[in-house]
Structures are given as structure tokens and as C-alpha cells.
Ligand binder design. Structure first.
Ligand code: IPE
Ligand code: IPE
Ligand code: MG
Length: 251
């Protein structure tokens, strides 16, 4: 693959203005497979290799956190064969890659309603999170059975229960307190969201966290999203001016 030659950070990227946290909606696996006359699962398999290289790329180029949308709360609505395949794929990949994640210093964590996942997957997740918790080279967050609305609702429920017990005054609820009850507590908001395969929507991903995230949508399908594509996304990001509601900054 041409792009694997991009081991070093391209010199046209400003190392001081890289996003600290990149989030990706890995979309288009099914279309990619279909275009090759293959079943959808063929695209999911290839998608894993792409994700693995993107994570390594983040590490190589100095991007601290990568969050990947692997399975949404709405994805349960897919054919049972596809759901089962994905659950098994996540489990197998976790087991297979744990050793390498340790060698490479990856700290992996998961966000989403993990209780609803198959028990065997839950235990792989637990083991991977525990084993890698002190690694510092790169943080890898996997959104599995994740839904932004569901995440916000469960935070509301926790806070309401505290208030009901008389442990919390509702007037104390602010951004910082609310964030402590999200799955992503302790992780800074994404600076850049990349969505592949052209769809201009969030599909219930990190709704709270992406209030000021820069959005980048490419028509490239996820299984074709290589380092050269990532380079393009980062160049686009560096050309943006992030104003956060304020006025233009003087050059
Ligand atoms: C994204 O690719 C992977 C998951 C949602 C698990 P899709 O499976 O959504 O592929 P398309 O969008 O149908 O092409
Ligand atoms: C978003 O992709 C979810 C993941 C990438 C896991 P979908 O393919 O499920 O999103 P929609 O259905 O096109 O909005
Ligand atoms: Mg899709």
C-alpha cells in the first residue's frame, strides 16, 4: 500500500497545530464490499486493518487520542447475521491485538452501554482495558453499543437520582459536573471528526462532546481511508479557523 510509506509525519503539517483528539465515523464498509461483489462482512474485516493503521499513524504523527465509532445503538437493527459477525469480530480482534497494543503502548478504552454486549466480548473488553490502563503512547477509545442520546440520558438519570436522594442541588449542575457522568469523562472533546463515505450526518455520535468539533466528510469509503487520506483530512483541519463563537483572530 502506497500510504504505508508515510511513516513520518508529512512536513506540510504543522506539528504545533495537530488535533489532540480525532474521532472517526468509519462508514462505507458495506458499500466497499458490494462494489467488489463481496458480502458486507468482507468490508468490515478490511475496515479493521484500516483502523489499526490509523491508530498507528496517530501514534507516529503525535496525535494523542483516537475515538472510533464501531457499533451504534441503532446498529442492532441490522440483520442478525451481520450483528453476530461484528460482535465476534470485535472479540477476536481484541484477543489477537492485545499483545501488540501492549508493545506499542496503546491505552484502550470503550464507551457505550457495554452491559448489553455478549458476555464473552465484555470479558475481553475488561481484560484489554485493565491490561493497557497504564500505557501512554496513544489513547484509543472504541465506541461500541454507543448512542449519544442514550449517553446523555443515563447521565441525566444519575444526576436526578442524586438530587432525589438530597445529595445534589440541581443548581450545581454545570458543564463540568455533567461531563463527569458521560462515558467519556476525563477525555477532552474531539478537535476533528472524520466521516467517510460521504454521509453528512452525526448518526448519534458524541452529540454532547462535538459541540465545537471541526467536521470533515470525505467520499472515500472507510476501507480505502489510508494515511494519504488522513493527511488530507489533517491539512483541511489546519486550514480552518476555530472561533468558538468569538470573532476572527488577528493574524
Ligand atoms: C460502517 O460501515 C461499519 C459499521 C456501522 C459497523 P457500514 O456497515 O455502515 O457500511 P455501509 O454504510 O452500509 O456502506
Ligand atoms: C454510523 O454508521 C455507525 C458506525 C459507523 C458504527 P451507520 O452506517 O450506522 O449510520 P447511518 O445509518 O448511515 O446513519
Ligand atoms: Mg453505514
Amino acid at each position: 500500500m502506497e500510504s504505508t510509506r508515510l511513516r513520518d509525519r508529512p512536513t506540510d503539517l504543522d506539528p504545533l497545530r495537530l488535533p489532540a483528539h480525532v474521532a472517526v465515523i468509519m462508514d462505507g464498509n458495506g458499500r466497499w464490499a458490494k462494489g467488489r461483489g463481496q458480502p458486507r462482512i468482507f468490508g468490515h474485516r478490511r475496515g479493521v486493518d484500516i483502523l489499526k493503521d490509523l491508530l498507528r499513524c496517530c501514534k507516529d504523527w503525535g496525535i494523542g487520542t483516537l475515538t472510533a465509532y464501531a457499533f451504534s445503538t441503532e446498529n442492532w437493527g441490522r440483520p442478525i447475521e451481520e450483528v453476530d459477525f461484528l460482535m465476534l469480530l470485535f472479540e477476536r480482534v481484541l484477543r489477537r491485538e492485545l499483545r501488540e497494543m501492549m508493545l506499542e503502548g496503546v491505552k484502550i478504552s470503550f464507551v457505550g452501554d457495554l452491559q448489553a454486549l455478549p458476555r464473552s466480548l465484555q470479558s475481553e473488553i475488561e481484560q484489554a482495558m485493565t491490561q493497557t490502563k497504564d500505557n501512554t503512547a496513544v489513547e484509543f477509545v472504541v465506541a461500541t453499543n454507543y448512542g449519544g442520546r442514550q449517553e446523555i440520558l443515563q447521565a441525566c438519570r444519575q444526576l436526578a437520582a442524586q438530587a432525589q436522594r438530597g445529595e445534589l442541588d440541581p443548581a450545581q449542575i454545570n458543564d463540568a459536573l455533567f461531563e463527569k457522568h458521560l462515558y467519556t469523562a476525563g477525555t477532552q472533546d474531539p478537535d476533528l471528526l472524520i466521516r467517510t463515505s460521504g454521509e453528512m450526518r452525526l448518526s448519534n455520535f458524541l452529540l454532547w462532546q462535538m459541540a465545537y468539533t471541526e467536521l470533515y466528510v470525505t467520499d472515500t469509503l472507510w476501507p480505502d481511508f489510508d494515511r494519504a487520506e488522513f493527511h488530507q483530512a489533517l491539512l483541511a483541519y489546519q486550514a480552518r479557523e476555530r472561533r468558538f463563537g468569538r470573532v476572527e483572530t488577528k493574524k
